[in-house]
Design a protein around this ligand. Structure first.
Ligand code: OGA
Ligand code: NI
Length: 206
């Protein structure tokens, strides 16, 4: 039994899994650095074309700023992240027959005061998202800082998850409504989805 199989088994049995021990502090600081650089570069790009920062348009629903993680290698800073995701996908596909065929991830930054109201991670006519994954990168998070993820498990039960440094949460995208509570300090994460259809084909409604 390694930690990958424990994590994946919890995901398949309960529909969600939470773990704190997949990455070293150094790896996490590297992820944060890649995030910071991407957000800064994006700000420059946006400023250059005069549209301002790419914050989500409807701040009454969500107030985060996102930058999609592309094909570039981020100076190797994300290598262990990609390795983790690949191993998770392989385990889910080969042992639990999940059928993941693609993935998409973005960096996310919630400024102070931002939140993401209760929602489900599948859109009408685009339900290729099988599993939602979030890795938190808030090295100095403390109780009172807010920004907790609330997973609604059904039957009135819920799980409140603090966005602490290195915590990873995965859950079945179609099962759980969830929300991000208002954050009282900057909140950073890598967020994304394991897909059952290649990114570009989501619109087909598979
Ligand atoms: C999302 C989301 C949760 C989190 O981006 O869809 O629900 O904890 N994020 O950041
Ligand atoms: Ni969500």
């Amino acid at each position: 039994m390694n930690k990958n199989s424990l994590f994946a088994d919890s995901l398949s049995e309960r529909g969600f899994a939470v773990s704190d021990n997949f990455f070293t502090k150094n790896e996490l600081r590297g992820f944060y650095k890649a995030l910071e650089q991407s957000l800064i570069e994006d700000d420059f790009k946006q400023a250059g074309i005069g549209t301002g920062a790419d914050f989500q348009k409807n701040k009454s629903i969500r107030g985060d700023k996102i930058v999609w993680i592309g094909e570039n290698n981020y100076d190797g800073l994300l290598d262990s992240w990609h390795k983790f995701i690949k191993e998770l996908c392989d385990y889910l596909n080969f042992n639990l027959f999940v059928g993941i065929r693609d993935k998409e991830f973005h960096f996310a930054f919630y400024p102070k005061g931002a939140f993401y109201e209760k929602h489900i991670d599948q859109f009408k006519g685009r339900n290729n998202r099988l599993i939602s994954c979030v890795l938190y990168l808030n090295e100095r998070w403390q109780p009172g800082d807010g920004g907790e993820l609330v997973l609604y498990l059904g039957n009135g039960e819920k799980e409140v998850i603090a966005p602490t440094f290195g915590k990873i949460v995965c859950f079945r995208s179609e099962l759980f409504e969830h929300e991000v509570l208002i954050t009282n300090s900057g909140r950073y994460s890598i967020t994304g989805w394991l897909l059952n259809y290649p990114k570009g084909l989501g619109f087909l409604g598979y």
